[in-house]
Design a protein around this ligand. Structure first.
Ligand code: NCD
Length: 309
């Protein structure tokens, strides 16, 4: 039962619960009228203490398309956090006004804390460099829809693997699927955190860490590019030195399999050249669209508008 549940980390849902959301998302995509109005009279609070375009807009679009409404803020400066209100108090308030809360916060662990103070479901839309489970649902749905399966795949992650929360969540989630090999491509200073690596070791996942993108291209079924997370750096000089380490362009893409897909949670900065946007392997804009469908499926489920799982 997904009704009433919070989503803080990708493992909060079982594989069959995620599968249920993916098929619901597919039904929604195929039939625009499906589930329309099912959240009429329901309210979603979107509390964004950090910038966002896709995540916030796709949640709002999802809620509005299901007949519900949204309230909230897009920057902490316009909320009472600016007056020093604690997160616990802000959450208690939002939970008394709305039927569910979507929150993005720069602090790791903020979503877990919020879920403890809220008596309505809390969805983590990113907590610092930690997790971003609805981006993971988006990424998994995209892989499933475009490659037809989530097993027996070689997935490359490239860029800022240290601070990139979407990488942490997706690697953890993929470790639950069979025969996924992961290749982590980053500069030495931006390698995957040890706590994620130990999860992969525990789950017996085959993985490698490398610095070379070009030499890895031909092996990959999925390439997950990420931006260097400027806002999490302590020092601007380090950011400037590392930001353009990897740029995916036509030359590099020509080394890839014909059926490989390039994903990116977006926003991109320089790491994917716009020249490859029209290549059939560039799937990042489709991915953003799947994000709205899977968020519709998630909201309809946790708010109890659909039966099942
Ligand atoms: C990501 C995030 O916020 O972690 N963006 C998103 O939600 N699509 C990736 C990023 O900001 O680099």
């Amino acid at each position: 039962m997904l009704k009433g549940r919070s989503l803080v980390e990708p493992e909060d849902f079982s594989l069959s619960e995620m599968e249920f959301l993916f098929s619901l998302a597919e039904n929604i995509e195929n039939d625009r009228k499906y589930l329309r109005e099912c959240l009429k009279g329901r309210l979603l609070a979107t509390l964004f203490f950090e910038p966002s375009t896709r995540t916030r807009l796709s949640f709002e679009a999802a809620m509005l398309r299901l007949g519900g409404n949204c309230l909230g803020f897009a920057e902490p400066g316009s909320s009472s956090a600016a007056k020093g209100e604690s997160l616990a108090d802000t959450i208690r308030m939002a939970a008394s006004y709305a039927d569910a809360i979507v929150m993005r916060n720069p602090k790791e662990g903020a979503a877990l804390l919020a879920s403890r103070y809220s008596d309505v479901p809390v969805i983590n839309a990113g907590d610092g460099g930690h997790h971003h489970p609805t981006q993971t649902l988006t990424d998994l749905l995209t892989i499933k829809r475009l490659l037809g399966k989530i097993h027996n795949l070689t997935v490359g992650f490239c860029g800022d693997l240290k601070f990139g929360r979407t990488v942490h969540s997706l690697a953890k989630a993929l470790s639950r699927y069979p025969r996924i090999k992961m290749i982590f491509i980053s500069p030495a200073e931006l390698v995957l955190p040890d706590y994620i690596k130990s999860i992969l070791v525990k789950q017996n996942v085959e993985f490698e860490q490398r610095e070379d993108l070009e030499g890895s291209m031909a092996e990959l079924d999925v390439l997950y590019m990420t931006r260097v997370q400027r806002e999490r750096f302590f020092n601007e000089d380090d950011y400037i030195r590392l930001k353009d380490t990897y740029v995916l362009n036509g030359e590099k893409l020509s080394l890839a399999k014909e059926k490989m897909i390039v994903l990116h949670p977006l926003p991109r900065v320089n790491e994917i050249s716009v020249g490859i946007d029209s290549d059939p392997r560039a799937a990042y804009f489709k991915q953003a669209k799947y994000g709205m469908y899977v968020r519709m499926a998630l909201l309809a489920s946790i708010l109890g508008a659909v039966e099942g799982e």
